[in-house]
Ligand binder design. Structure first.
Ligand code: NAD
Ligand code: TYD
Length: 349
């Protein structure tokens, strides 16, 4: 089986590529990535020389390139993770999200459709990796299920919702064999330090302010990234065509509680007196259109396919902090140059 994984040099994609390359030596894994600011081949150093792994640099927005790539490789399946993924960037530059997340996805669907029509026995699956943010925002109670109506609020979630709709449309209209999953917030190694948890780990390490939007009362449902990768493996191999699965850890935290926990944990790990890091907490202007609460009901995945999260949040967060403290070079590389300027400007806003 020859599997195309898009966005494999990013945060979640690199964990999925690593899992598939190591677990399935008989598969050929082709990782297609544009290497935007979020894509980093250093994330895959440990597997880059494996015989069943190939990297291709390219842009999913370029339809000609995508069609040629599919014809050349005759993929049997696609796992699509490539995306612009940061809500704050989508507020600054929504069109970039339309190009990559919507047009890029449709380009991949078209190329997959051509292979599927040529030989339906050979192209067997288009797996689209999506987010719980398509469902919008919850109040104090309730959870997102697979049948919750879409109600996106940010340009990022609107672009992901649009891509999900296109995937379903290609399944229903052209019988393209598609599967979708919608996952809650991930955390773990190789997470780009513009997102809440790695940003705060980096700032605590450097004694910089921790910018908390609004009052820090927004709730996210955190899942360790390797648990997401395992869920993708299980769904890829076992889900019925045309189905959707929600993935989440039943692990809701307000942002301020996450950051207080992180501060205390890093006081211990860095040998600072208890309470030191919490003094870095700084409340800043709220994000526009900020969703109040996300919570995923993953009962369907747990009951149908037997997946469950493997780690408690405190354990996963501790592993994550240790990884960042041990991988100083990775952190320095991704926070230097152009990105560092962006990061400073964001905070000043
Ligand atoms: P990321 O931003 O870390 O990585 C995205 C990858 O896509 C990068 O390697 C980047 O270079 C690549 N890419 C971007 N534009 C491209 C283009 N035009 N052509 C080819 N490659 C391109 O993102 P992530 O956090 O790893 O998210 C991966 C996927 O999972 C996304 O589809 C995202 O919507 C979804 N998701 C993320 C989370 C989360 O918490 N991070 C949760 C649920 C779902
Ligand atoms: P983020 O990591 O950007 O993920 P998402 O917006 O996809 O959920 O943000 C997680 C939460 O943390 C979200 O409620 C916004 C908040 N947040 C801050 O308070 N400060 C920050 O600097 C960032 C990046 C996020």
């Amino acid at each position: 089986m020859k599997v195309l994984i898009t966005g494999g040099a990013g945060f979640i994609g690199s964990h999925v590529v690593r899992l598939f390359v190591n677990k399935y030596p008989n598969y050929t894994i082709v990782n297609l990535d544009k290497l935007t600011y979020a894509g980093n081949l250093a994330n895959l150093k440990d597997i880059e020389n494996k015989p069943n792994y190939t990297f291709v640099k390219g842009d999913i927005v370029d339809a000609d390139f995508i069609n040629k790539l599919f014809q050349e490789h005759q993929f049997n399946a696609v796992i699509h993770l490539a995306a612009e993924s940061h809500v704050d960037r989508s507020i600054t530059n929504p069109l970039e999200f339309v190009y990559t997340n919507v047009i890029g996805t449709v380009n991949l669907l078209n190329a997959a459709k051509t292979l599927y029509k040529a030989d339906p026995s050979k192209f067997t699956k288009f797996y689209h990796v999506s987010t719980d943010e398509v469902y919008g925002s919850l109040g104090d109670t309730g959870m997102f299920t697979e049948t919750t109506a879409y109600d996106p609020h940010s340009p990022y979630s609107a672009s992901k919702a649009s891509s999900d709709h296109f995937v379903r449309a290609y399944h229903d209209t052209y019988k393209l064999p598609c599967v979708i999953s919608n996952c809650s917030n991930n955390y773990g190694p190789y997470h780009f330090p513009e997102k809440l948890i790695p940003l705060c780990i980096n700032n605590i390490k450097n004694n910089k302010p921790l910018p908390i939007y609004g009052k820090g009362e927004n709730v996210r449902d955190w899942l360790f990234v390797e648990d997401h990768a395992r869920a993708i493996d299980v769904i890829f191999h076992n889900a019925a065509l045309g189905s959707t699965y929600n993935i989440g850890g039943h692990n809701e935290w307000t942002n301020i509680d996450v950051i207080r926990l992180l501060c205390d944990m890093m006081d211990d790990k860095l040998g600072r007196p208890k309470g030191t890091n919490q003094q870095l907490i700084t409340f800043v202007t709220d994000r526009a259109g900020h969703d109040l609460r996300y919570a995923i009901d993953s009962t369907k995945l747990q009951k149908d396919l037997g997946w469950k999260p493997s780690l408690q949040f405190e354990e996963g967060l501790s592993k994550t902090v240790d990884w960042y403290l041990q991988n100083e070079e990775w952190l320095t590389n991704v926070t230097s140059g152009e990105y560092a300027n962006y990061y400073e400007k964001q905070y000043q806003n």
